[in-house]
Write a new protein. Structure first.
Length: 177
């Protein structure tokens, strides 16, 4: 190998190492008031999280992941229509945490989970472990383009709209109050 090949190899190795480091959640806590506090959430042995501020109960894991820390399984991707059908299927069959009134959250409810101090993913990883930094569907349709609906990109915490035929993950919610 000549020197140029060594430099290219070294640069590629550095890129790979940097990419893997960037895959971890990045949080900027200094100088930013804490948005989500641990006292805001209550935990249940049935893999749900209760938001004491909003009165909403959330599934700890996105659909497809399970286990105490959402450590097993594979995130399931759904079109918007499939996501609505999956929610109905869960409620009709087994339910979750002894409840059968789960639903896809609307966009305002889903935004309450955004941790503005963090990226990749922009969510409290203590309350919602192993959440992928990916797009999560809401139940909210987009008013201008009737074949679009709202979602949150949990890599950045941004809200956006997309064609309902594109696939995204889901996290279910129900009202406690």
């Amino acid at each position: 190998m000549n020197i140029l090949q060594h430099l290219i190899c070294l640069g590629f190795t550095t890129l790979l190492i940097t990419s893997s480091v960037l895959a971890d959640q990045i949080c900027q806590r200094d100088g930013i008031p804490q948005h989500l506090s641990n006292s805001r959430f209550s935990y249940d042995e049935k893999n749900v999280v209760i938001d004491n501020r909003t009165g909403l109960m959330w599934t700890t894991c996105i659909d497809g992941l399970n286990g105490e820390r959402c450590e097993s399984g594979t995130p399931t991707l759904f079109t918007w229509g499939e996501a609505l059908l999956r929610t109905a299927e869960i409620n009709e069959n087994e339910g979750l945490a002894n409840h059968k009134d789960w639903r896809l959250p609307n966009i305002r409810e889903l935004t309450t989970l955004i941790d503005i101090q963090c990226l990749k993913p922009s969510i409290d990883m203590e309350s919602f472990p192993n959440t992928p930094a990916s797009h999560t569907w809401s139940s909210s349709p987009y008013h201008t383009l009737t074949f679009y609906s709202w979602y949150i990109d949990f890599a950045t915490g941004e809200t956006n709209t997309d064609d309902r035929l594109n696939k995204k993950v889901i996290r279910l919610v129900r009202s406690v109050r």
